[in-house]
Design a protein around this ligand. Structure first.
Ligand code: ADP
Ligand code: MG
Length: 288
């Protein structure tokens, strides 16, 4: 279920004194099975962009195609598009409202008109996919759960509609470090085990760099870089201009390289940095 955005422009409140252009001429493709990070500082247009992926916003100009079909064509049912492209909003737990976890996760499938057996199966599966124990949580009130668990329940509610693409807007914001790590791990697992196409929106390079294979960098309503994570990181100057910066380990390696050390500068994780630093120390005869 590829998503393709062509020459997309979007203006909030057009024709009024409050008109605000949020997106300018965006061209982008999300392919099946990809894990794409969309990154950019606050106000760069990330949330506006992804709300076009499932037809929540209508382009001021340009087109959005899902599976090759312009979703604003007359005969397309947006309800179908929203089922295929599952969008998890920022702070999705604010939208939990049912008395039990089961009822909350069942809400989407029920709206799709599925029968009770199918709904039950999907709720179980969705909760397990986000790492929750179905039997342990199904009858609990979502509001008794921890922040991280509530967020997983909200994500399960989207997964239960069995979308082909999962789009998450700042999914770890507001979670403590442990909740963050766990949720990011679950997302990686969803992508790897179930071959989910995942689009992860974040303003934090540290979070996306570890997970995404491709990065789309936004700045002032435009896409300013799009490519494999390491290639994007090499465009340091550009990243500085967007106010994003690279992860600290990458910064460290770049600094060593600037000082004439022979190290890789496309290092993304602490593990990789460790290997590289040991290699450097050995080559200088400082460790064996
Ligand atoms: P991001 O998600 O990257 O923080 P947004 O897509 O929320 O960026 O915002 C992009 C631009 O659009 C910003 O300038 C923001 O102020 C503006 N904007 C966002 N939502 C609205 C809205 N509902 N009405 C008017 N302007 C908006
Ligand atoms: Mg946003």
């Amino acid at each position: 279920m590829p998503i393709r955005v062509e020459n997309l422009c979007y203006t909030y409140n057009p024709g009024t004194p409050f008109a605000r252009t949020a997106l300018e001429d965006i061209n982008l493709e999300i392919n099946d099975g990809e894990f794409v990070g969309i990154i950019g500082e606050t106000g760069s247009g990330k949330s506006t962009l992804i709300q076009h992926f499932n037809g929540l916003l209508r382009p001021t100009r340009g087109r959005v195609l899902v599976d090759g079909v312009d979703i604003w064509q007359k005969d397309v049912r947006l309800k179908d598009i929203r089922q295929k492209v599952g969008l998890v909003f920022q702070y999705p737990e604010h939208q939990l409202f049912e008395e039990t976890v089961f009822a909350d996760v069942a809400f989407g499938p029920r709206n799709m008109g599925l029968d009770e057996d199918e709904i039950g199966m999907r709720v179980r599966r969705a909760l397990e996919m986000v790492g929750l124990d179905f039997e342990a949580v199904k009858a609990r009130s979502p509001f008794e759960l921890s922040g991280g668990e509530m967020r997983r329940v909200a994500i399960a509610g989207v997964l239960a509609m069995e979308p082909s693409v999962l789009v998450l807007d700042e999914p770890v914001s507001g979670l403590d470090p442990r909740g963050r790590d766990e949720l990011l791990q679950e997302l990686t697992r969803l992508h790897e085990k179930f071959e989910y196409t995942v689009v992860l929106v974040s303003h934090s390079m540290e979070d996306v760099a570890r997970l995404a294979k491709r990065l789309v960098v936004m700045h002032r309503g435009r896409v300013v870089a799009d490519g494999p994570v390491r290639d994007v990181f090499r465009m340091m100057d550009l990243l500085r201009e967007t106010g994003l910066g690279v992860p600290q380990v990458t910064e460290l390696m770049l600094e060593l390289a600037r000082r004439g050390k022979d190290v890789r500068t496309d290092v993304l994780t602490v593990e990789e940095a460790k290997v590289e630093l040991l290699r450097l120390l050995r080559s200088e005869g400082r460790v064996r």
